[in-house]
Design a protein around this ligand. Structure first.
Ligand code: 3H9
Length: 698
């Protein structure tokens, strides 16, 4: 036995309690302990074995930290087979989340009981692998091929009720896992229930696996693991159990060695590392029990919705009664969406839209708020006035936050007498849906205000990333670089449509021009005008054809026309032919002879611009670590998760090759292209971005 397993005898039943906090992951000690526990139960003449988890959960999976290291015995699939083959009656009692290897252990026991709040699932594909301890062979045998394919390829967690209906569970009972498990095991012994090994059950009914494989691959935009998992389930239908297990192992090993596995596991740990900052060690966040929001446009209404859904009463400030009514309408619309999707009950909806939401037109209404977020027009003078007002109206100790997406937070903070209380909370639209929150720390922001930002982010269900002050912070600054690179390629001979297609081919949900159409071309137009007004460097390439689209009133989807044409009767968007006419005119005016771009070159330049700017962002300390950039791009900019983020991708692709290409581009245009010092440094030292990540990544 190991310390990770507690062994106990209760009459005829041997109880194996997994004790490996925080999530009872099936690391080596747990596996050794479970195998030893089974041996001991059999040697001692127990009649049944009960497996359950202590603390918060049944095992939530294999220990992901062991991935990529040489595997150690006993291997999980062998352990599962050993449990299943036991001559004793083996029962599992599930609470918390029985995920991945955890559910596979449960499926290798003969009977399964769970608490009503328990969840089960096989989410391995989210980590770039597939269930590798018999999950693809046993789940279809108890739940059928359709349900198994759904669960395994979607990675979704299933509640106890649904799991019962699917045949994954035999029973649900209120109480502690150990108690309900013991009662169930005893009842089974008393009624003389037989052992019931899933591996001996008949093979499930086949489905059209080829069609399923293609559909899953398409849906995953190139992510392999769900598609490969389809083949493993197929093996459950077509091969005897042992051969199916061997096939599962083969496919599992293949995925385990893939870059996608590395990328996805990096993303998993990076998301958990973003909030771990030495500056927050031992710092207690301020209490936040109510929120103020200034501005009830799309962004302000989204922020208010997110806060309400997280149980925080909101006071929203608007300028006029008319604007206040419009803001209420937007928030109610958002809440109705949550109601329709079953996220909140009708009674909760009434409460959130009623007593929890106050809309006011005077700053005095914010005097009781613990934290106020402004989401007003993106103009430094307007923001400074708002902050001066907040300074005069808010109670001492209130956190004053700006949702600015690029303005100078130090300047905003200086408009108050309490810069230590000022922070940036940069939400992404729609704010009640998008997971990313950039927490922007100004020069004088107090550590407990930073901690308060992170605590709020957690409460709102966001992935929060710390960012320093610069134009665009982490995400929008990097976006500006790769967006500019795309525009240069258009001037030099590529088309926006070709660029979008190449970028989608890499796994992004949308290309940069499709994103612009969605966000509204007026946003980029305003930003170009602002930059021109501030004075462009004469060496900078100022691209103007998109201004012509805006001047003609084409702002993208909302006007039916932008880079693409949208509208009724059109099944999908079509390229707008005016775009290339405008581009041709600008090329002619600038004396540019267009050249061919391959998709490969487009992607290479696009990614090089992204990674190079990201390296500057890290080098300048705007992002503390490369993983902060990765998480930002993954959650705010549609970067394909299976590539881990731009820094992880660059590490895997090879920093030296990338630097060499950037040097080559700089020979043509040394204004836009100059290698980031951090990139040069890492290549010179033979290191990777991941070496700078703390806590260490994959
Ligand atoms: C698998 O099982 C493969 C098998 O099929 C075959 C093998 C042969 N391992 O998320 P949280 C850590 S693949 C190691 O913040 P929550 C996590 O890093 C696995 N560590 O809590 C964090 O550490 P720290 C299939 C793990 O309450 C701490 O636990 N299973 C693992 O928000 C708390 O995590 C999965 O994919 C792990 N498996 O959510 C499940 N899981 O405190 C992955 C968590 O140092 N896990 N940690 O930052 C989850 O989805 C969530 O963690 C869970 C809890 C829902 C369980």
């Amino acid at each position: 036995m190991t310390e990770a397993i507690r062994y106990e005898r209760v009459g005829d039943i041997a109880v194996l309690a997994v004790d490996n906090p925080p999530v009872n992951a099936l690391g080596r000690d747990v596996r050794v302990g479970l195998a030893a526990g089974m041996d001991r139960a059999e040697a001692e003449g127990a009649r049944a074995v009960l497996i359950h988890g202590t603390g918060r959960t049944f095992p939530a999976g294999a220990d992901i930290r062991e991935f990529g290291k040489p595997p150690t015995e006993p291997f999980l699939p062998d352990l599962c087979n050993r449990i299943e083959a036991s001559p004793l009656l083996v029962v599992s009692a599930i609470h918390g989340t029985a995920l991945g290897g955890g559910l596979e252990v449960a499926l290798s026991t003969h009977y399964r009981i769970a608490t009503p709040s328990a969840k089960v699932g096989l989410p391995e594909v989210n980590l770039g692998i597939l269930p590798g301890a018999g999950g693809t062979q046993r789940l279809p045998r108890v739940a059928g091929s359709e349900a198994a394919l759904d669960l395994i390829t979607s990675a979704r967690h299933v509640g106890a009720e649904e799991a019962l209906k699917l045949g994954i569970l035999d029973r649900i009972a209120e109480g502690e896992a150990r108690e309900i498990g013991l009662a169930h095991a005893q009842a089974l012994l008393d009624e003389g229930a037989p052992r019931r090994p899933v591996g001996e059950m008949p093979a499930p009914e086949p489905v059209d696996f080829d069609a399923r494989y293609d559909a899953v691959l398409k849906k995953g935009r190139g992510q392999l693991s769900p598609a490969v998992a389809v083949r493993a389930v197929q093996a459950a239908c077509e091969l005897p159990f042992e051969q199916g297990m061997a096939r599962e192992r083969e496919l599992f090993t293949e995925l385990m060695q893939s870059d996608q596995r590395q990328g996805l596991i990096h993303a998993f740990f990076a998301e958990r590392a973003v909030g771990k900052l030495p500056e927050l060690d031992g710092v207690t966040p301020r209490e936040v029990a109510s929120i103020g929001v200034i501005g009830g446009g799309t962004m302000g209404a989204g922020i208010a919705t997110a806060a309400l859904l997280a149980g925080l009463p909101v006071t929203l400030l608007e300028m006029t009664d008319k604007a206040a009514a419009a803001a209420r309408g937007r928030i109610e619309h958002n809440l109705e969406g949550a109601l329709k999707r079953g996220k909140i009950s009708k009674a909760r909806f009434e409460r959130l839209a009623g007593q929890d939401l106050r809309i006011a037109t005077s700053y005095a209404a914010l005097s009781g708020s613990d934290l106020v977020i402004e989401a007003v027009f993106e103009d430094i003078e307007v923001k400074k006035q708002v902050f001066a007002q907040l300074d005069a109206s808010c109670k001492p100790g209130a956190v004053l936050a700006s949702n600015t997406s690029y303005l100078d937070l130090n300047e905003i903070a200086a408009a108050t007498s309490r810069p230590q209380d000022v922070i940036g909370l940069h939400f992404f639209s729609p704010a009640h849906v998008m997971k990313l929150l950039e927490i922007v720390v100004a020069d004088r922001t107090a550590p407990e205000v930073v901690a308060t930002g992170f605590a709020l982010g957690k409460r709102l269900g966001k992935v929060s990333v710390r960012a320093g002050v610069c134009d665009g912070f982490i995400g929008n600054r990097i976006l500006a670089a790769y967006r500019a690179c795309a525009e240069h390629m258009v001037l030099d001979g590529a088309t926006p449509f070709q660029i979008d297609a190449a970028v989608r081919g890499f796994g992004f949900a949308m290309g940069p021009y499709e994103v612009s159409d969605l966000a509204g071309l007026d946003i980029g137009w305003a930003s170009r005008k602002r930059k021109r007004a501030a004075g462009l460097d004469p060496k900078a390439r100022d691209v103007t054809y998109a201004d012509r689209l805006c001047e003609a009133g084409h702002f993208g989807r909302k006007t039916g026309k932008g880079y693409y044409i949208y509208g009724p009767g059109k099944s999908g968007a079509e390229p707008n032919p005016e775009v290339m006419e405008l581009v041709a005119a600008e090329r002619a005016e600038k004396g540019i002879t267009p050249r061919e771009f391959t998709d490969q070159e487009i992607l290479r330049r696009y990614m090089a611009a992204m990674v190079n700017e990201a390296a500057r962002v890290v080098g300048e300390g705007i992002a503390r670590r490369p993983l902060d950039v990765d998480v930002t791009l993954l959650h705010g900019y549609g970067f394909p998760r299976y590539r881990g983020g731009p820094m992880k991708w660059a590490d895997m692709d090879g920093l030296d090759g990338l630097l060499e290409d950037i040097r080559g581009y700089a020979r043509e245009d040394d204004f836009f292209w100059s290698p980031a010092p951090l990139l040069e440094e890492l290549v010179a030292e033979g290191r990777k971005f991941d070496d700078l990540n703390t806590p260490a990544g994959d």
